[in-house]
Design a protein around this ligand. Structure first.
Ligand SMILES: O=C(O)CCC(=O)C(=O)O
Ligand SMILES: [Fe+2]
Length: 320
């Protein structure tokens, strides 16, 4: 593994920030009178682009089971894990499904049923969050869900970060924004490492136990006409502790063309993005990631980068 150039090392720019990541209780948000919680959500999205979700209703034991299975999988011998690889003969055969298609091991641990159950449950959480976000921009609750389409894609990414003897020299996961509408993260209960860029400083996301983290992706940035912004985040490694996480990325139907919706375009907020095929965004993502750019910038989908910074969430959302 080659180490990073000095200016790109995780230690550069890291601040021991005292800021706290906002928390939103989903069970309160869903209530008709969840005004206070909706205000928290608004503020969380505006200032961070991510938030912790409590009250999601998923049993602790179930989430433990998922994380245990993840850890056990990564602890399997390499030959066994390679049977599950998406890379066959040097080529990626697919990046979707549950990874079970090519598994023929008796020791298969991440069984379809467990992940299927998680996908269904997390799907409900996702829909609730999308509904609440739609209300923040004064639209009917299915506003974003309709844009994503019924045949939306959800990708689950399991990541294992081994201990790293020189964590100051390498990234666990380099700075990026997500290629999703929103991402739901179930993280290691004991070991932190995720950081979010806030006002030019990297801020640690603490370990969250059984709470989830919702991260706004670039897809949401497009379909909300930049009312909601995708935050930069990265993962740093630990000297002596391994870490696992499970990220679920919600993406619109690949053959959809997405762009700023008419309802969120007006005189003060011209369209911030060109219309774009979802598949094109997906195809461009890893190239953009490789050079450390956002996909919307890499593919030139953003219309006026200059104007972007001048627009505030309030200009749309506070006149509800
Ligand atoms: O491992 C984590 O906590 C974050 C993972 C992540 O940001 C991603 O997979 O896009
Ligand atoms: Fe991410």
């Amino acid at each position: 593994m080659t180490s990073l150039r000095e200016e790109n090392r995780p230690a550069a720019g890291a601040q021991p920030a005292k800021l706290t990541i906002p928390i939103v209780d989903l069970s309160l948000l869903a209530k008709p009178n969840g005004v206070e919680e909706a205000a928290k959500l608004r503020s969380a999205l505006q200032s961070w682009g991510l938030f912790v979700v409590t009250g999601h209703g998923m049993p602790k034991e179930f989430l433990d089971e998922i994380l245990d299975a993840t850890r056990k999988f990564f602890h399997l011998p390499l030959e066994v894990k390679q049977k599950c690889s998406n890379v066959i003969g040097g080529a990626m055969f697919q990046n979707e499904g549950y990874g079970t298609d090519r598994i023929d091991s008796d020791e298969q641990i991440l069984d379809w049923e467990l992940l299927h159950e998680y996908t269904v449950k997390i799907g409900k959480v996702t829909m609730d969050v999308l509904k609440a976000m739609a209300k923040l921009v004064d639209q009917k609750e299915d506003f974003f869900i309709e844009m994503v389409g019924e045949r939306f894609k959800s990708y689950a990414r399991f990541t294992y970060y081994p201990p790293c003897p020189r964590p100051e020299l390498v990234n666990g996961l380099k700075p990026h924004t997500d290629n999703s509408v929103i991402t739901l993260l179930l993280m290691d209960k004991d070991v932190g490492g995720l950081q979010v860029l806030k006002d030019g400083h990297w801020v640690d996301v603490p370990v969250l136990g059984h709470d989830l983290l919702v991260v706004v992706g670039e897809g949401m940035e497009i379909v909300s006409n930049a009312v909601f912004k995708a935050p930069w985040h990265r993962v740093v490694t630990s000297v002596d502790k391994e870490r696992v996480s499970l990220a679920t990325f919600y993406q619109p139907e690949p053959q959809r063309i997405i762009g700023p919706p008419g309802a969120l375009v007006h005189e003060k907020r011209p369209p911030m993005f060109k219309k774009c095929l979802v598949q094109t965004l997906a195809d461009g993502y890893w190239d953009a990631f490789a050079v450390g750019e956002r996909t919307v910038d890499f593919l030139n989908v953003r219309i006026d980068a200059e104007a972007d910074g001048k627009l505030e969430l309030e200009s749309v959302a506070t006149n509800n």
